[in-house]
Design a protein around this ligand. Structure first.
Ligand code: AMP
Length: 415
């Protein structure tokens, strides 16, 4: 099977790594890819937001499956364009990807499906925003309605800051604050059947101790030893299946990856957000533990045959990933710096380095090319061992001004 992956971050590197290890995959291509992906796949300089270009590439390559990684191409209709030329695609249509592309749409679907989530108001004026903030009280949660790469949400007790964020966005969702630990649960679906993956937790804030600004994600781990037994089944029953059923009922069938961001609050499990694609960096740890070859799972979603899929097999151990970000991330990331120690980080075979924002220069040196630069991942018999291995690998890498959190999976590993 020839497979084409769309995207160029660490999530796509993780997808490509797993696909490259699947004996069913005879050729692996990625567009646009990055310096790390180029080591396991043939990369193509294609605009990932241009459905016509992606569909043409898939046709030229004779791809049997196209896997769309990031949200922006999905919302731009790239999966639709590929489907239109008859190539199976893993990823929802633009209409279904509105589940991520519009927080207001997601809230509407959840209300119709009876899915537990934070109470919320959609606001377009300063007066509406002020009224909604006062209705819920502090801490305030203000979300840009549209796509914002994980950075459109402000959680603050400062009413002025909350109002300022609302004013800076065209349309916002203001909602009640959810306390309790967060869980990311991914599910593969073909629009009818839903197959949950293993839960993971990510770390959204830039600095240790969950301080600093929100980011795209600074690290992740799986499994969650502290999570209640039966969580996956509960979320399947109360969140994932009803959402997939509601979207099918509306005629906007959702196939691909449904990502539920959950808060385990004192009053029960609530959805914080949906995403329409694999989460980054949780994918790095979830796929590190998946034993079932990946291509067949993704193809079953694309072909609508998930009901025939064998139960997924998982590594009983743990996985941890630590994101190495560039200086100034997330506000003003500095790029173009050489990265050293990549081979050394992988030398003892206990960790692997997934590339996010990297590129290769004329001399073959790997340079930073984005805010999140690397996702250093390790597995182990438990979280403590996976953590130790991941951080040992991080320590072997040098990037001028590079930053990473030192507390990824720390609490879970020592609890
Ligand atoms: P989102 O982009 O919706 O995932 O939000 C980013 C982060 O903001 C989440 O991971 C949470 O940490 C936080 N957040 C979002 N919504 C809420 C909420 N209703 N209550 C508390 N924290 C929230």
């Amino acid at each position: 099977m020839k497979v084409l992956v769309i995207g160029g971050g660490a999530r796509e590197h993780a997808l490509c790594r797993s696909l490259s290890q699947d004996p069913a995959v005879t050729e692996l291509h990625c567009a646009p890819g990055n310096a790390g992906i180029a080591q396991v796949a043939t990369v193509h300089p294609v605009d990932q937001l241009d459905g016509a270009q992606v569909a043409a590439l898939a046709g030229r390559l004779g791809a049997a499956l196209v896997v769309v990684g990031p949200e922006a191409p999905l919302v731009a209709g790239v999966a639709d364009a590929v489907r239109a030329v008859g190539v199976p695609v893993f990823g929802p249509s633009a209409a279904a990807a509105q589940l991520e592309g519009s927080k207001a749409f997601a809230k509407d679907v959840m209300a119709a499906a009876g899915v537990p989530t934070a109470r919320s108001y959609v606001c377009t004026t300063a007066a509406e925003a002020a009224e909604a903030l006062d209705a819920f009280g502090a801490p305030y949660v203000v979300k840009d309605d549209g796509l914002a790469a994980g950075k459109g949400v402000v959680v603050t007790s400062d009413r002025e800051e909350a109002l300022a964020h609302a004013a800076a966005c065209e349309r916002v969702v203001i909602e009640e604050y959810l306390d309790g630990p967060e869980v990311s649960l991914f599910a593969i679906t073909d629009g009818t059947t839903v197959v949950p993956l293993q839960p993971a937790q990510d770390f959204k804030r830039a600095l240790d101790g969950d301080e600093g600004p929100n980011t795209g994600g600074m690290g992740a781990y799986s499994p969650l030893p502290w999570a209640p037994a039966g969580l996956v089944e509960e979320v399947l029953e109360t969140v994932l299946q009803p959402t997939v059923d509601e979207l099918r009922r509306r005629g906007t069938e959702f196939s691909g990856l449904l990502y539920a961001g959950l808060a385990l609050t004192s009053r029960g499990t609530r959805v914080i957000e949906f995403n329409a694609r694999f989460g980054d960096p949780e994918t790095q740890v979830v796929l590190a533990r998946l034993r079932t070859p990946l291509a067949g799972v993704l193809l079953a979603s694309a072909n609508g045959t998930l009901d025939q899929l064998e139960p997924l097999r998982w590594d009983e151990g743990a996985a941890v990933t630590v994101v190495v970000a560039s200086e100034g991330y997330p506000a003003a990331p500095r790029t173009g710096d050489p990265i050293e120690g990549l081979a050394e980080a992988e030398a003892d075979g206990t960790a692997f380095v997934l590339h996010a924002g990297t590129r290769t220069d004329e001399d073959g040196r790997v340079l930073s090319a984005g805010g999140r630069v690397l996702s250093v991942t390790a597995t182990g018999s438990d979280l403590a061992e996976a953590r130790e291995r991941a951080y040992a690998a991080v320590d072997r890498i040098s990037l001028k001004g590079g930053q990473h959190r030192t507390d990824i999976a720390l609490k879970a590993a020592t609890a």
